[in-house]
Design a protein around this ligand. Structure first.
Ligand code: GLC
Length: 544
């Protein structure tokens, strides 16, 4: 592990679901010891930081995003001792670990809520948001539109309603209560003391509610998040906060503050536009969203992704764009969920290796630290017959052996994917590790190349119009290095001409293939096969 305090700007992230990764104790559920046994794999792949979905005790109405105890590990996953061993194992391999921090809500089985709902006079009543009516905060949207009609749920015992932005089994904490604010800081301290390198902070826009607003991203919310940041900086410097704020880029900007709030935030609006540009063979959706993406305060960074554990969210697109995305990428209604698409990367891209590489190439070259969703590095498929988002949370496919090498148990938390195209007999880590041409080895290669080019991690971005709307071209530049990337979004060959006379005849190399492809001249011709991409570097870094 380097001491570099802005390590997250160079890091390759990997998101994983412990339950799905590797079962060590043979109960059919992945666990921390199982993950520990697979750390060598992640290190081999080139991962720098692992993000774990929630690992806390939970009734699992929302796969652990409904926390019943912030201070322990779900028994399916192991113990706090196992967690300590995991942290040690991660750090020994020079990697880092961040965990999900669900601040906005708890499970309705959390003792705080059990106590809070027990009576109107409960000393914990004010830990949650209660109201005699269900009419307050009417401007707040419902997020889980397929299952919830309202953000209020009626509680029989006390005859009042409680506020919840997600499932009704996930009551929102009341951040107007200073005790709640302190309680969450205590939770944060606990996990940082255990050695985690930071948090992926869940659903942060919704911490406070105010009448007459949409109850998202309120000033009070930012004020509290800044307090969390101060606490971390003062006590645990170098640890990070990554925001899940599914908002427009200009609204996400506020989550970076003046460099005094989050270190990182996911770039939600970019993601669907990568898919859209590919479907349309047109760079415009990407160009437009980049134009709307403000530059960030120093030392902060976007986290960019293609897929994650949720539906591919279409909240940050227009209605027309959403209809297009649904009809193109989710023709079967079972592929749709809430305002999104519950499919994995490879099936979304017709298992077309060229398209998978192209979108990954964008992931590894656009500004931000890339995050890979477990299984996408081998092209795993999904299972749309499973409910909710479970279809993209099936067991990791390690081998062609029993249960895909995930578990020796006879019954699993979810079926392994066994279909013809994406099933574990065909798609698994073992087979791909042995095959130099596999997606897995390609991913490993691209990670190495990315790490050898600091401009891709920290550089500015400058778009170039190459006169062909199917080709997205941009420079990434730091003081001593320039990299030019070209992406052909079309299924036909393209040749573009670039004026590289500024580079005074430098030698041009495609970093991905490692091949020299000529010298930088005024009429430099770049050939791109269908869905092809080039990462061009220049002798002397391109800076003379
Ligand atoms: C976030 C998580 C999602 C969860 C929700 C409620 O959006 O990514 O999985 O259901 O928060 O906690």
């Amino acid at each position: 592990m380097t001491d570099n305090s802005t390590w997250y700007r160079d890091a390759i992230f990997y998101e994983l679901y412990v339950r799905a990764f590797r079962d060590d104790n043979r109960d059919g559920h992945g666990d921390l010891r199982g993950l520990l046994s697979k750390l060598d794999y992640l290190q081999w792949l080139g991962i720098d930081c692992i993000w774990l979905l929630p690992i806390y005790p939970s009734p699992l109405k929302d796969d652990g995003y409904d926390i019943a105890d912030y201070y322990d590990i779900h028994p399916d996953y192991g113990t706090l001792e196992d967690f300590k061993a995991l942290v040690k194992g991660v750090h020994e391999r020079g990697m880092r670990l961040i965990v999900d921090l669900v601040m906005n809500h708890t499970s309705d089985q959390h003792p705080w809520f059990v106590e809070s709902r027990s009576s109107k006079d409960s000393p914990m009543r004010d830990f949650y948001v209660w109201s005699p009516t269900n009419t307050r905060y009417a401007q707040a949207r419902v997020i889980f539109v397929d299952t919830e009609e309202s953000n209020w749920a009626y509680d029989e015992r006390t005859g009042e309603y409680y506020w919840h932005r997600f499932y009704s089994s996930q009551p929102d904490l009341n951040y107007d209560n200073p005790k709640v604010q302190q309680a969450m800081l205590d939770v944060i301290r606990f996990w940082l003391e255990l050695g985690v390198d930071g948090f992926r902070a869940d659903a942060v826009p919704y911490l406070f509610e105010r009448e007459g607003t949409n109850c998202e991203s309120l000033p009070e919310t930012h004020e509290y998040l800044k307090r969390v940041r101060r606490f971390i900086d003062e006590n645990f410097p170098g640890r990070i906060l990554l925001a899940e704020a599914n908002q427009w880029p200009e609204d996400v900007l506020a989550y970076f503050g003046d460099g005094d709030e989050f270190h990182m935030a996911f770039h939600f609006p970019l993601m669907p536009r990568l898919f859209m540009a590919l479907a349309l063979h047109d760079r415009t959706p990407i160009v437009n969203v980049l134009a709307k993406t403000p530059s960030l305060p120093d030392e902060t960074q976007w986290c960019i992704f293609l897929r994650n554990h949720d539906e591919l969210t279409l909240e940050m697109v227009s209605e027309e764009e959403r209809e297009f995305m649904w009809s193109y990428y989710a023709p079967d209604p079972r592929m749709r969920l809430n305002l999104g698409i519950r499919r994995r990367l490879a099936p979304l891209l017709d298992n077309d290796r060229r398209k998978i590489e192209l979108l990954n190439s964008l992931l590894f070259t656009l500004p931000g630290s890339p995050i890979i969703y477990y299984g996408d590095e081998i092209g795993m498929g999904d299972n749309i017959s499973l409910p909710d988002r479970n279809g993209v949370r099936t067991p990791m496919q390690w081998s062609a052996g029993k249960n895909a090498g995930f578990s020796e148990a006879d019954e699993l938390y979810a079926p392994v994917n066994d279909d013809e195209v994406y099933g574990y007999r065909k798609v698994n880590v073992d087979a791909q590790r042995d095959d130099p041409g596999s997606l897995l080895n390609w991913t490993r290669h691209i990670i190495r190349v990315r790490k050898s080019l600091p401009a891709l991690a920290r550089g500015t971005i400058r778009l170039v119009d190459v006169g062909d709307e199917a080709v997205l071209a941009f420079w990434r530049e730091v003081a001593d290095q320039k990299v030019l990337t070209l992406h052909n979004l079309a299924d036909s060959e393209r040749e573009v001409s670039l004026d590289l006379s500024d580079l005074g005849g430098a030698e041009v190399k495609d970093e991905v293939s490692g091949q020299g492809i000529g010298v930088a001249v005024a009429d430099f011709k770049a050939h791109l096969p269908p869905y092809g991409y080039l990462w061009l570097s220049f002798s002397d870094g391109g800076v003379g």
